[in-house]
Design a protein around this ligand. Structure first.
Ligand SMILES: [Zn+2]
Length: 196
């Protein structure tokens, strides 16, 4: 469930000089301008409306825009035109549009780092890989100039995150070329490289 709601923040208050209160006749009308915004999980996301409320400091009469007499409204729209919603009310929108990009760049840099690890294997490295519809892992043993001797995990699982959690590596190692491993990583068959 996404929690969201509306809030408002005060932008500006101005005294309406020469405007008489419709209730008490005093020239004590103050116009208060507010910016309403939507928040998602209490993070201001986007402003959607500016509202004005007039208040007489003498008789305390408060009016919303729709209740205001014409001369109040004229003054209100003049004051309103001096304001704009504060930038922080857009934080949510900025986050929503930039977070996926950050995720994209992060996953790209992980992929690059993994490639470096694959190209220079070290005994003990673990590769998680797709084994048909399931997932399993490979453990690196001896490494020669061209070849990598690996132990296959004989246990596979249908949960990607468990690929190397349950380990039962074969006793005998099998040789693989470094090229073949790099290709498996490129093709996404090896999807995670773990070096401790
Ligand atoms: Zn008044």
């Amino acid at each position: 469930m996404i929690i969201f709601g509306k809030k408002s923040t005060h932008l500006l208050t101005e005294h309406l000089f020469g405007v008489k209160c419709q209730s008490c006749g005093k020239e004590e009308i103050y116009m208060h301008i507010f910016s309403k915004y939507v928040h998602i999980y209490w993070i201001p996301t986007v402003p959607f409306k500016t509202i004005e409320i007039s208040k007489c400091s003498f008789c305390k009469q408060e009016l919303e825009e729709k209740q205001m007499p014409a001369n109040y409204k004229t003054a209100a729209s003049q004051i309103k035109s001096k304001t704009s919603p504060p930038k922080w009310q857009f934080i949510g929108i900025i986050l929503i549009t930039t977070l996926p990009l950050i995720g994209y760049f992060n996953s790209n840099s992980t992929k690059r780092n993994e490639r470096l690890l694959i190209e220079s294997p070290v005994a003990g490295d673990i590769y998680e890989y797709k084994k048909g519809k399931d997932y399993s892992s490979i453990k690196v043993g001896n490494v020669t100039t061209d070849s990598v001797f690996v132990y296959y995990n004989e246990i596979s699982t249908n949960k990607m995150s468990y690929a190397s959690k349950i380990a039962g590596y074969s006793k005998d190692s099998s040789g693989l070329s470094k090229q073949a491993l790099t290709k498996m990583h490129e093709d996404g068959i090896i999807f995670k490289v773990i070096r401790k």
